[in-house]
Design a protein around this ligand. Sequence first.
Ligand code: FE2
Length: 188
Amino acid sequence: MADSLLVAQLSDTHLFADPSRTMWGQPTNPQFHRVLQRLQQLARRPDLLLLTGDLSQDDSPESYEHLHSALAPLAIPTYWIPGNHDQNLEALGEILSQPPCDSAKSFERGGWQFILLATLQPQQIHGGLSPEALDWLDQQLQAHSDRPHPDRHAPPGDRRSNRPGWTASGSRTRQSSSPSPPATPRSS
Ligand SMILES: [Fe+2]
């Protein structure tokens, strides 16, 4: 077993049902495929792939199908959280629960505990964390206090107000009080 963990994180793929569509002039579907090609050309295959939000631009089931069918040949264990563009959670959850994707939001890999915290708010651009989400985070941090690694799509808070989300949500205290991950992951 390798003594380190190689994690690839892809964010804001903004895929469309129609692969010819563009976002701000950018053909996001073809670009996503090029990124996956680069991943496959790496000298070392990633042990883990994290998709951190805005997986779709049009929130269509077809866009999530495109995502899954592109990832399937790589066979890299893939975990994900939705972004503010991913409001179709039913389709997203159904499609991206199929291997190699996994809908778990807290899991262990190579001695690290990954905790994926979505800040999605229904029909909102900005992120936020509900009391229930913070309680869940507390539970996960306590249950895995030796190796926490929170990750999220966007800072909670309103981007338009330039208000620091962490301060507004009170999560900074929770974050700073949590144990820090080790400099190098522990192999298991
Ligand atoms: Fe985005």
